[in-house]
Structures are given as structure tokens and as C-alpha cells.
Design a protein around this ligand. Structure first.
Ligand SMILES: [Zn+2]
Length: 179
């Protein structure tokens, strides 16, 4: 049932779980094929997000600003939402969903959810690492086996910010893109 549903919506959106299966093939190695139109994106929190998760999201936003000058601006009417949810499995950390224009592969909307049912999510740096990882999906970088925020086997307590390989990929992907 899940597969059928995912197939149906694959034309427009892709959902990525931190552990498990990604539902769309990479266009090239470690890239999804999409990116933002600009290096600035707005966002807002869902009203139910607990303070520790807001802190984690805030740290992730700062990390991407420091790493690649990606600027996230909070707006009350943003279509991009940061939230928390029971994702239905205790081993899932988070989820990112992107919505892209099929003609350009530019992201026009994204949602990120932290899984409040994960047994490890409240441990030091884990929510932060998860949030930074999920922003990475929305930016256009995919899972890989390197020392990377996009490595699903990383030690989340220690790797919670973009690493060199991540910074380099985003720099390449957003070369010449303005704010
Ligand atoms: Zn992931």
C-alpha cells in the first residue's frame, strides 16, 4: 500500500527517511537532481514543535549558513514547515519531503519532520544531526558512505554539521546561485 502511494506521488514529491529507503534514484552520484532556486529559503515551525527540536532546527540552520551561506529566514506564512511527528517506526529519525517543479527541478516547497518516537532522538546532538541531514535532502544532496552529514551510519553525537564533502557538493550545486 505504501509503495503504491509513493509511486503515485513520485512525479511531484519525494520523501526520504533517514534510515531506510529513498524512493527516487539519484541523477548523479550523491545528488538528487534538484536544488533551491536561490540560496535563501523561508521556513516556519509547526505550532506543536517542542523547544528542544526548535533548538535543533535552529542549530541546523546556523550550520548551513556557516558551511555554505544558505540563508533560512523565518516567515509566519511560509509554505516550508519544520515539525515533529510520530513517523510510525522507532528507528526512523526524520523525514524530508520536497516538492519540485518538474520542468526545472527547483524546490518550491519542503517539509521536515523529526520523529518524536525515536528512542535516541533526545540524546545529545541527535536531533541536531537529524535536522541538518534532512535540510541536506531538501538542498539536493543524497546519502553517501563518506564522512558526511548524509551518511546514514554516521555517529550522530559527533557528526551534526555539514562535513567537507557536503560543503563541497553544495558549493558545486549552488555555484553562481544568488540570494
Ligand atoms: Zn536521509
Amino acid at each position: 500500500m505504501l509503495r503504491k502511494k509513493i509511486t503515485k506521488i513520485l512525479l511531484f514529491i519525494s520523501t526520504f527517511f533517514m534510515i531506510g529507503v529513498s524512493f527516487a534514484p539519484s541523477v548523479s552520484a550523491n545528488l538528487h537532481g534538484w536544488r533551491y532556486h536561490l540560496k535563501t529559503m523561508d521556513y516556519n515551525y509547526n505550532s506543536n514543535v517542542k523547544s528542544t527540536f526548535r533548538t535543533a532546527y535552529g542549530q541546523a540552520i546556523t550550520s548551513w549558513r556557516v558551511a555554505n551561506d544558505i540563508r533560512y529566514v523565518q516567515k509566519s506564512n511560509s509554505v516550508n514547515s519544520l515539525g515533529q511527528e510520530n513517523l510510525g517506526a522507532t528507528n526512523l529519525y526524520g523525514e524530508a519531503t520536497t516538492y519540485r517543479r518538474s520542468s526545472t527541478n527547483r524546490v518550491y516547497r519542503f517539509t521536515i519532520r523529526l520523529n518524536n518516537q525515536n528512542a535516541n532522538i533526545n540524546k545529545t546532538n541527535v536531533a541536531r544531526s537529524t535536522a541538518t541531514h534532512e535540510f541536506g535532502h531538501t538542498l539536493g544532496i543524497d546519502h553517501n558512505g563518506s564522512e558526511s552529514i548524509m551518511n546514514t551510519s554516521r555517529i550522530r553525537a559527533e557528526i551534526y554539521a555539514p562535513q567537507k564533502v557536503d560543503r563541497d557538493r553544495i558549493n558545486t550545486l549552488y555555484a553562481g546561485v544568488s540570494h
